[in-house]
Design a protein around this ligand. Sequence first.
Ligand code: 4NP
Length: 168
Amino acid sequence: MSAPAPYRVLFVCLGNICRSPAAEIIFNAVAAKNGLAGLVKADSCGTASYHTGSKPDHRMLAALERAGYSYGGHRARTFRRADFSDFDLIIPQDEYNERDILALARNEADAAKVRGMWQWFGAEETESSVPDPYYGGPAGFDAVVALLTRSMEKLMESTKDEIRRTKC
Ligand code: 4NP
């Protein structure tokens, strides 16, 4: 008997070198902590292609390391229409990423897979999306890692029944 297909989650930002690779790394860590490692598969990409083939930004890798996460070797790639077929859930980090992805949706089913990261922000958050840390200092990278960690716990909590239902 073959193993069940994993529940596939795609994180999207602009360049795929700061926020979305961080989200992918944090998602994998939180999934493992929740005993879901074999049932999910995460990836990340950007809406722009400037950084295709690059490793995550060294400042983001440093912030992830400070928070206890480790980099698994991701290289930047650009969002493609086929991602709508290849993933169950597509998570833009801000409203610009959301707009750019929705503009590529082929139908309602594609569009229904797109849910902004902020949908899992707790009431205590003051941000309305994941802020772009690229032009700021290290504190901005640490803040993104902390925000993603808090919201990823909520994402996992609200999605784990769906993951177990569809994949077990
Ligand atoms: P990301 O951050 O979208 O979180 O990967 C950025 C990366 C690169 C640029 C902007 C934001 N850029 O302008 O090159």
